[in-house]
Design a protein around this ligand. Structure first.
Ligand SMILES: [Mn+2]
Length: 308
């Protein structure tokens, strides 16, 4: 039975491409590993997979008992594939905060505070002197350009940029031109329903005693989402009621303007007011310069909840 390499639920480009990249590295090192996914591939990731002619990983909704598995791009239980608690977790390769991690057995953990899991995976290829296939370089590059929003996110480090430039050489693409085309392919509401918009790239978190969902959609014009705000708020209410969240936030992130409009539904809104020092009497707040959930939204809410 192959070892599964899997990213988080509601996978983004990093979760899909780092899983494919890490599985390829493991295979090159003589281990039987295969990338899987536990959710639908988004438009941006489809663009990258099509461009580099790589098949999407197989969908596995739930792990069987004793399945050996490696987690990439996440560690929080609420974001992980169903059945992980009964599976055998071998490794975690990640670049996120630890969100209450407990495991049954010892394991290999490699995390670094860089902008993308793919940066870590790329360096593992090079540290081990493993030749990287061109298409894997392209996918890892795609993940870095996605997670760092073409270097504009405050999460981006020099390690991400160095890796991306090296990967672009191997993949044979012009970094900026390719990155912008990929981001544009993934941006915007397209034919998404209000419910799908509210759940775009969503991740659950606990802030103090409050259960929260924080989603993020990338756009080149925020009005295409804000024009549908009432329908999106209705969808957020439905998600809160059905899935037991106290509060839902949708980051509408303008990748050109480098700003986020944070749309919210639920209680306590005061948490958002405290976290960002804003008046929350409306349905959303404008946060200039904010692009990163990991650095500019989650820590602020965590800190505000601690003082609540
Ligand atoms: Mn990531």
């Amino acid at each position: 039975m192959s070892i599964f390499v899997v990213g988080h639920k509601n996978p983004d480009t990093d979760s899909i491409c780092s899983a494919l990249g890490y599985a390829a590295l493991k295979q090159a090192m003589g281990e039987d590993a295969v990338a899987i996914r536990c959710g639908e591939v988004n438009k941006e990731t489809c663009y990258a997979l099509d461009y580099f002619k790589v098949e999407e990983p197989k969908l596995v909704e739930k792990l069987s008992e004793k399945q050996q598995v490696i987690q990439v791009d996440h560690n929080e239980a609420g974001q992980a594939i169903d059945g992980l608690d009964k599976a055998e977790l071998l490794e975690i390769i990640d670049h996120h905060r630890f969100g209450g991690l407990t495991t049954a057995a010892p394991l290999y953990v490699h995390t670094e505070p860089v902008g993308c899991t793919a940066t870590i995976v790329a360096n593992m290829f090079w540290d081990n002197d493993i030749k990287m296939p061109k298409e894997i370089a392209g996918l890892l590059l795609s993940a870095i350009l996605s997670d760092t929003v073409l270097y504009k996110s405050p999460t981006c480090t020099d390690m991400d940029k160095d890796a991306a430039e090296h990967l672009a050489d191997i993949a044979g693409v012009e970094l900026k031109e390719y990155g912008l085309a990929m981001l544009k392919a993934g941006a915007g509401v397209g034919d998404l329903t209000p419910l799908q918009i509210a759940k775009t790239d969503s991740k659950p978190f606990s802030f103090g005693s409050y259960k929260a969902l924080v989603s993020q959609i990338s756009v080149t014009d925020t009005s295409e989402v804000l024009d549908m705000k009432d329908d999106i708020l209705a969808a957020m209410k439905e998600i809160c009621d059905k899935e037991g969240f106290n509060i839902i936030m949708l980051m509408v992130t303008d990748i050109i303007d480098e700003a986020t409009d944070l749309v919210y539904y639920g209680e306590p809104k005061q948490l958002i007011a405290d976290a960002f020092g804003k008046d929350v009497s409306g349905d959303y707040i404008h946060l200039p310069g904010v692009m990163s959930r990991k650095k500019q939204i989650v820590p602020q809410l965590t800190e505000a909840a601690a003082k609540f």
